[in-house]
Design a protein around this ligand. Structure first.
Ligand SMILES: *[C@@H]1O[C@H](CO)[C@@H](O)[C@H](O)[C@H]1NC(C)=O
Ligand SMILES: *[C@@H]1O[C@H](CO)[C@@H](O)[C@H](O)[C@H]1NC(C)=O
Ligand SMILES: *[C@@H]1O[C@H](CO)[C@@H](O)[C@H](O)[C@H]1NC(C)=O
Length: 380
């Protein structure tokens, strides 16, 4: 008991430090780099407006975000290039006083993979109230983003050149921008789209396949903060979409275990998929139970190639029309690069009179590693 309490304290301290430290450091390069908005309590007492602002990252300034406004488009000093595609990152609900520390990691992984403009939507101010108030704000944030996208269109950016990446509530913000553009936006990726107050919402109010030409989603915490229903053309459910390997499920660490670990896993796996050290492929199946039984090893619905997480066009789907709300299942491990081998082992035994035990040893050729599995075959 005593030790569990201590480990909790330690966890919270760590979380606190890392969210402070990993904010976009202000002092960097003589204070020239832009940072997320401040959410100091004093400031927040007069709740005036949403205070949405934009940070720009490109290959020219990977470590030092620039503030981005409409005026930036006519400024020589801005790194925005209208002939490049644009990724728009939208964070979700914020615990007051924190900054989305993962944004730089995602932005830099995107920039390593493609030469693009990365626009980070900073709505930290509006996202730091009580959850239900924040949910009231999200459409207005989407409306403001759509004004900026309109201006970018006037400068020659095509709607299909935009790819929105929204985490949690940010996925529904992206979905509503998509609604405002009548589905002409190129792509929306939802990273564990928020569940509370959205699961039973109309498709107009939440992310759904009509919001962009292609919508993909990754689900990692669908029994808590994530949404349990499919919301894209394809939906990857990692390890069934609810609980992730390596995320603690003890009662004492439940705050950390659920709020951060399962929910944020979608992001970490996605960042890893961008690094493409190994393929994260989803198998179409109607339920996780069926998948675990080995009933869904077939990529036939996609002409033999199952969808892969990451940036490839339509996740590698070449068949048309695109599926809608297609659930895809895969197993992942507890740490980077998260990829797991899926092996289907089929044992055919004649009728048994007693239960039997079978030991299977899996060996990999190159590293000569072994893994032993014990299987129990019961007689009924
Ligand atoms: C927060 O955003 C508003 C609106 O863009 C801006 O006026 C204000 O200076 C920002 N505050 C900080 C601390 O960046
Ligand atoms: C914008 O991108 C295009 C295509 O990559 C490139 O030819 C051009 O030089 C870039 N413009 C600026 C101002 O960097
Ligand atoms: C992605 O690759 C880069 C460069 O190889 C590496 O520095 C980074 O740690 C990798 N990130 C992840 C999440 O694997």
């Amino acid at each position: 008991m005593f030790w569990e309490d201590r480990s909790i304290l330690f966890t919270f301290v760590l979380v606190y430090i890392s969210s402070q430290e990993a904010g976009l450091s202000e002092g960097h390069q003589n204070g020239q780099c832009a940072d997320f908005n401040s959410t100091r309590w004093l400031y927040r007492q007069q709740r005036i407006k949403l205070q949405v602002q934009y940070l720009l990252l490109t290959r020219e300034n990977q470590d030092c975000p620039q503030k981005f406004t409409q005026a930036s488009l006519s400024q020589q000093s801005s790194h925005f290039n209208v002939s490049h595609p644009t990724k728009v990152i939208i964070h979700g609900y914020r615990v007051p006083g924190t900054k989305p520390s993962w944004v730089m990691e995602l932005a830099q992984a995107l920039l390593r993979a493609q030469n693009v403009n990365v626009l980070v939507v900073d709505w930290v101010y509006a996202a730091s109230f009580a959850y239900n108030v924040v949910v009231e704000n999200y459409k207005e944030v989407a409306l403001q983003i759509s004004v900026l996208i309109n201006q970018l269109q006037n400068h020659g950016c095509k709607p299909e050149s935009f790819h929105f990446l929204g985490i949690s509530l940010g996925a529904h913000v992206a979905g509503f921008v998509g609604t405002l553009f009548e589905g002409k936006i190129g792509r929306i990726t939802g990273l564990d789209p928020a569940g509370p107050m959205f699961k039973n919402a109309d498709t107009y109010d939440r992310l759904d396949p009509s919001d962009a030409q292609f919508v993909d989603a990754i689900h990692t915490d669908s029994d808590y903060f994530g949404i349990s229903i499919p919301v894209g053309h394809i939906d990857f459910f990692l390890n069934g979409g609810k609980d992730q390997n390596g995320c603690s499920r003890s009662r004492f660490s439940s705050m950390y275990g659920y709020v951060i670990c399962d929910h944020m896993r979608a992001l970490h796996v996605y960042v890893n998929a961008l690094n493409s050290s190994c393929k994260l492929m989803g198998f179409p199946c109607s339920t996780y139970e069926d998948f675990l039984k080995g009933n869904c090893v077939d990529c036939e619905p996609f002409s033999g190639t199952c969808p892969v997480m990451g940036l490839s066009e339509n996740s590698g789907i070449t068949t048309s029309p695109l599926p809608k709300e297609q659930k895809l299942f895969l197993l992942t491990t507890s740490s980077p690069p998260f990829c797991a081998h899926h092996i289907l082992l089929k044992l055919e035994v004649s009728d048994l009179e007693k239960s039997a035990e079978v030991e299977v040893t899996l060996m990999t050729g190159s590293q000569r590693t072994e893994q032993r599995l014990r299987l129990y075959v019961s007689h009924d």
